[in-house]
Design a protein around this ligand. Structure first.
Ligand SMILES: *Cc1c(COP(=O)(O)O)cnc(C)c1O
Length: 352
């Protein structure tokens, strides 16, 4: 017997979401972004589920790509954060892996590397201001390292506000990119999920689908993905406390009426955030229920007074098909990306 806490991953819903986004622009090719263990969903399983559907995969760094190659996945990969050494460039060249270049040093490493070379995805900083060459630096980079560029070179940028449908910042970034590429005419990759869904001008040779395929929020009501991850945990304790009694560490919640409390087997060690406030919603036996009292390491407590029939062992859905992960994230003061990626290794992933 084992604790029934688990995250169920619906791989057919994930593939459906991916195709739903990709078909909005059939003339682009689409990368499935599966960094951070596919946002907590299992990178190998997600890569396998998208076989024949995704034109490529994107991860943050070499170790994540290596894990895919070790599992026998041979789909084209892009390293979004680039490489940290010359050796990693050589690895990428041998493993059908393109590299985002954002420093001169990375180009120096490439100069010193005998062929074959990995494809260069040249990162330009159009306003995100994290990584990349500034637009006015690009001509000199291209001139200096001319011999390294070829037909596989892609001009790459990232949007800061793609999830705000009318963001002037997003419009500015796209304009800047178009302007600087007018003469270069390189194939472009700039759109993430929200970019694809809300910004037609962001469509490029390669688009990058992340959160949309995992059923997350893209800030556009026209896009309603299927839920992919359902996080469930069993009720392991039930009691009724009198009005005036409190629940949990710090006694930070006090019952205003006689209250039935369900103790549920999940806590911050599983990735359910400790700062989830009183009132954070969940779903049990066709009812919306609310968190009361502090999140412990292995347990949480919910007010279930209004749920007519409950037994020990009933499964609470912390987020999933009935309880939107986006609403939970908003209540907690974070985003669905963070809830997904921080689900800990202690929670088994079940695939269906
Ligand atoms: C993570 C990431 C993406 C995916 O973004 P979503 O909002 O999840 O679609 C795209 N591009 C880059 C550079 C990223 O780091």
């Amino acid at each position: 017997m084992s604790r029934k806490t688990a995250a169920t991953i619906d791989l057919s819903a994930l593939a459906h979401n991916f195709v739903d986004v990709a078909k909005r622009n059939p003339s682009s090719r689409h990368l499935a972004v599966i960094k951070a263990d596919a946002y907590g969903h299992g990178a190998v399983q997600v890569a396998q589920a998208l076989h024949g559907k995704a034109d490529g995969l994107a991860v943050a760094f070499v170790d994540e790509a290596q894990q895919l190659r070790d599992a026998g996945i041979d789909t084209f990969i892009v390293l979004l954060e680039g490489v940290f050494s010359k050796e990693e460039l050589a690895w990428a060249a041998q493993h059908n892996t393109a590299v985002v270049f954002h420093t001169e040093e990375q180009f120096e490493w490439l100069m010193a590397l005998p062929k074959p070379h990995p494809a260069i995805w040249l990162k330009v900083d159009t306003g995100m201001h994290r990584l990349g060459f500034l637009p006015n630096e690009i001509p000199s980079v291209i001139e200096r390292f001319q011999s390294l560029f070829d037909d596989n070179t892609v001009l790459f940028s990232h949007m800061a506000c793609a999830d705000e449908m009318h963001s002037p910042h997003a419009a500015n970034q796209l304009q800047l990119l178009q302007k600087m590429n007018a003469d270069l005419t390189l194939p472009v990759s700039v759109a993430n999920s929200a970019g694809i869904i809300s910004w037609p001008d962001a469509q490029g040779a390669w688009n990058r689908i992340g959160i949309a395929m995992y059923g997350g929020d893209c800030g556009n009501p026209d896009f309603t993905p299927l839920s992919v991850m359902s996080l469930r945990a069993p009720v392991i304790g039930l009691r009724t406390i009198p009005s005036g009694d409190s629940v949990g560490y710090g006694a930070n919640w006090t019952a205003q009426r006689p209250t039935r409390i369900a103790t549920v087997a999940i806590g911050y060690a599983d990735g359910y955030p400790r700062h989830a406030p009183n009132g954070t919603p969940a779903w049990l036996n066709d009812h919306r229920i609310e968190l009361v009292g502090r999140v412990s390491m292995d347990m949480v407590t919910f007010d279930v007074t209004d749920v007519e029939s409950i037994s020990i062992g009933d499964q609470v859905e912390l987020w999933g098909k009935h309880q939107s992960i986006t609403e939970v994230a908003e209540t907690i003061g974070t985003i669905d990306y963070e809830l997904m990626t921080r689900l800990s290794v202690r929670v088994p992933r079940l695939y269906r």
